[in-house]
Design a protein around this ligand. Structure first.
Ligand code: DAT
Ligand code: MG
Length: 162
């Protein structure tokens, strides 16, 4: 797909706390289109690759332990401007600084238990979901395998974008 996609993940605390439906609902209601969805136990090597830019941070071992501590819900959401918009819907990394109305602002209190991930750039969206546009013949995307994404059009799209 050539349209922008964001990798959104309900982290293990969000799954344990029963927030999966609530979090999915916010992206559905906004008008983005779900192209991939699965419950998944993240292995340690994938968690380390996903967060590789943070590997020198003191909190890195705790972050990896947290992300691998239980199942996560992996999602691919598509739409115009979805990456930046999803970051706004999610709110600031520290939930105490996240605005009310955002997912973290409404549902979380601590940076180390901030319930959800969202891609920070369109290129990272591709790296996390579907990187065939970067490397046409070799997919090395992190969270979804070949065949796990659905190519479909929502009948609502013409009512969301003109
Ligand atoms: P974000 O998830 O908002 O993109 P990030 O990419 O800077 O934030 O960090 C990834 C995750 O790492 C973040 O969601 C929670 C954890 N993290 C970041 N900074 C932290 C800190 N100072 N202490 C503990 N965990 C932290
Ligand atoms: Mg980030």
């Amino acid at each position: 797909s050539s349209v922008e996609q964001s990798y959104i993940m309900v982290k293990p605390d969000g799954v344990q706390r029963g927030l999966v439906g609530e979090i999915i609902s916010r992206f559905e209601k906004k008008g983005f289109v779900l192209k991939g969805l699965k419950l998944f136990q993240c292995p340690k090597d994938l968690a380390e690759e996903h967060y590789k830019d943070l590997k020198e941070k003191s909190f890195f071992p705790g972050l990896i332990e947290y992300i691998t501590s239980g199942p996560v819900v992996c999602m691919a959401w598509e739409g115009d401007g979805v990456v930046a918009s999803a970051r706004k819907l999610i709110g600031a990394t520290n939930p105490l600084q996240a605005e009310p109305g955002t997912i973290r602002g409404d549902l979380a209190v601590q940076t180390g238990r901030n319930v959800v991930h969202g891609s920070d750039s369109p290129d990272n969206g591709k790296r996390e979901i579907d990187d065939k546009l970067i490397t046409p013949f070799l997919s090395v995307a992190l969270w979804f395998k070949e065949g796990e994404l659905c190519e479909w059009e929502s009948v609502l799209t013409p009512w969301v974008v003109e």
